[in-house]
Design a protein around this ligand. Structure first.
Ligand SMILES: O=C(O)c1ccc[n+]([C@@H]2O[C@H](COP(=O)([O-])O)[C@@H](O)[C@H]2O)c1
Ligand SMILES: Cc1cc2nc[nH]c2cc1C
Length: 336
């Protein structure tokens, strides 16, 4: 059961009290992994991700049966500063495309056998331009967190959260710069494909935004510099943590949302792995701050949950081997 989320303190408390992975299931998974018909470690990272998944699902024979992909969409006031290669109308147009089944994420979710849900958050009411004032009020932040919190289906056994929001790579860069410091150019990339002049302007916009807000913690950074879809992703990742549902993180914006959670509670992302490394400048540094190594690195920079949805197949491969291979004893193969 998910606790009620009526205040921002409820969110902080629920995350702080979230249960850990199951230690006994982890030991059982490690023991089984050691008996499978392969040289020790020969399945590389697949071995650890199968053990990780089994320890959250409390079984040494894990399977993925009901994966869920959720795409959250939001609009950003900061687009008035000319930070994206595309106009804000694309956000609502792409939501229609998701609903009609025509986007990349529809194809990848279907291939992964995942249900897909789309939540558009107040698209006609963009967040405030965060170079002038906080992007959201506390009430708006809470509402966006609640949308994510309640979007995770009760039977989901693996969650991918994705986003659509013209301007949101500026928001994600500002979040990273506020959380981790450095200079704005460390975190600012080309997003949908801005040219050199727009990239310098975007970097300046990120620097101005970070200088304006003196945010107190991860939730305040999310409120001042985030967006509704970014906060909804954080809400969904947190709800999954509380219900012990493993999560595959997507690209730069998804990971920026996730990073805000770690600033609230150290173990907030223990249930999450990185699906891929996006081509967006800053994602590699962000993954290393989160201590996550990506399963895939294919130069994707789409968002929508696409890289994470593709990585479901890798995790399914890991679980198929872990749960269905024969042991040395069963197959009559001599162990070394
Ligand atoms: O996931 C990523 O790493 C990623 C990198 C670059 C762009 N995007 C997508 O592009 C949009 C944001 O780009 P921009 O240039 O409008 O800030 C948004 O809809 C994201 O889903 C996503
Ligand atoms: C067309 C388009 C599709 C997207 N999907 C996620 N972000 C996007 C940005 C654009 C511009």
């Amino acid at each position: 059961m998910l606790p009620d989320l009526n205040t921002l303190s409820d969110f902080r408390n629920a995350l702080a009290q979230a249960p850990a992975a199951d230690a006994a299931a982890r030991s059982a998974c490690e023991a089984r992994n050691g008996q499978l018909t392969k040289p020790p470690g020969a399945l590389g990272q697949l071995e650890e991700i199968a053990i990780w998944y089994g320890s959250w699902r409390k079984t040494d024979r894990p399977e993925i049966e009901t994966p869920q992909v959720i795409v959250f969409a939001g609009n950003h006031g900061v687009t008035a500063r000319g930070v994206s290669a595309f106009p804000s109308e694309v956000t609502v147009q792409m939501v229609a495309n998701f609903k009609a089944g025509g986007a990349a994420i529809n194809q990848l979710a279907r291939l992964a056998g995942a249900r897909m849900d789309v939540h558009a958050l107040d698209l006609e009411r963009p967040t405030a331009d965060f170079t002038r004032e906080p992007a959201m009020s506390e009430a708006d932040l809470l509402q966006a967190l609640q949308t994510g919190w309640s979007a995770v289906h009760s039977d989901t056994d693996l969650l991918v959260v994705g986003e659509m929001g013209i301007g949101n790579t500026t928001s994600a860069a500002a979040i990273c710069n506020a959380l981790y410091g450095g200079v704005a150019s460390d975190w600012t990339g080309r997003g949908t494909g801005v040219g050199d002049d727009a990239l310098s302007l975007k970097t300046q916009v990120v620097a101005e935004a970070v200088a304006l807000h003196d945010s107190r913690d991860g939730l305040d950074v999310l409120r001042c510099l985030g967006g509704r879809e970014v906060a909804a992703m954080a809400g969904a990742i947190a709800a999954a943590r509380i219900r012990r549902i493993p999560v595959i993180l997507d690209g730069f914006i998804c990971c920026a949302a996730a990073a805000c959670l770690v600033e609230i509670s150290d173990h907030a992302l223990d249930h999450a792995i990185a699906g891929h490394q996006s081509a967006e400048g800053g994602h590699q540094a962000l993954l290393s701050r989160l201590g996550k190594s990506p399963l895939l690195s294919l130069g994707l920079r789409l968002g929508e949950g696409s890289g994470a949805a593709l990585a479901i197949q890798v995790l399914k491969g890991a679980l198929a081997c872990h749960s269905c291979m024969a042991t040395f004893a069963e197959a009559g193969v001599s162990d070394g």
